[in-house]
Write a new protein. Structure first.
Length: 137
């Protein structure tokens, strides 16, 4: 049974969303298809399609938010890699049983109509991993 179905998106932390959108529009040859605020995370996101994958640009709306802190610590760039899962709660339980440290006890509402959970980067060789499950209509 496949656990992580595919790379759902790559999250990129940016200081200025409008500037980054212009850069990625030129790079990918397409415009952002969706902008969305995620109040619980203190971010505004912008999504681009790249073949079957997506790029998510993230700008902090709070000076002490997770994206602002990440940029302060490491600069702009790749923030996380997200994987699509069929059953987020089952994957969370599986990963916990495998010894991974989860940053959320319960999945929470994320951008792009997803339930999300993050896996601590110390568990995954320094990479912040996000699990994503489409919210049923």
């Amino acid at each position: 049974m496949e656990h992580l179905l595919r790379i759902e998106h790559i999250g990129i932390a940016v200081k200025d969303l409008a500037v980054a959108e212009a850069i990625y529009a030129r790079l990918l040859g397409t415009t952002s298809y969706k902008r969305e605020a995620v109040e619980s995370e203190g971010v505004i996101t912008s999504f681009f399609r790249c073949g079957p994958n997506k790029i998510e640009l993230l700008e902090s709306t709070m000076s002490d938010g997770p994206i602002a802190k990440a940029i302060e610590k490491r600069g702009e760039g790749i923030h996380h890699i997200a994987f699509e899962v069929a059953d987020i709660r089952a994957e969370m339980a599986r990963l916990k049983a495998e010894g991974f440290v989860l940053l959320n006890e319960e999945p929470k509402r994320g951008a792009d109509n997803k339930l999300v959970c993050f896996v601590h980067p110390k568990s995954v060789n320094g990479v912040l991993v996000e699990l994503c499950q489409e919210v049923p209509a």
